[in-house]
Write a protein of this length. Structure first.
Length: 48
């Protein structure tokens, strides 16, 4: 099984949705490209 991490975006910023609801989200002030590179460096592709 191949698990692929997802990065949720809202208005160009990374967000973490709470229970999948877009209105309930803490903003994570990171560049989406930088976050993707960070995930790749950490090889965090083994979580659910």
């Amino acid at each position: 099984m191949l698990l692929i991490p997802a990065i949720d975006l809202k208005k160009g910023f990374c967000v973490r949705l709470l229970q999948g609801e877009s209105e309930r989200k803490p903003c994570i002030p990171k560049d989406p490209a930088a976050m993707a590179v960070n995930l790749k460096k950490q090889e965090q592709n083994d979580y659910i």
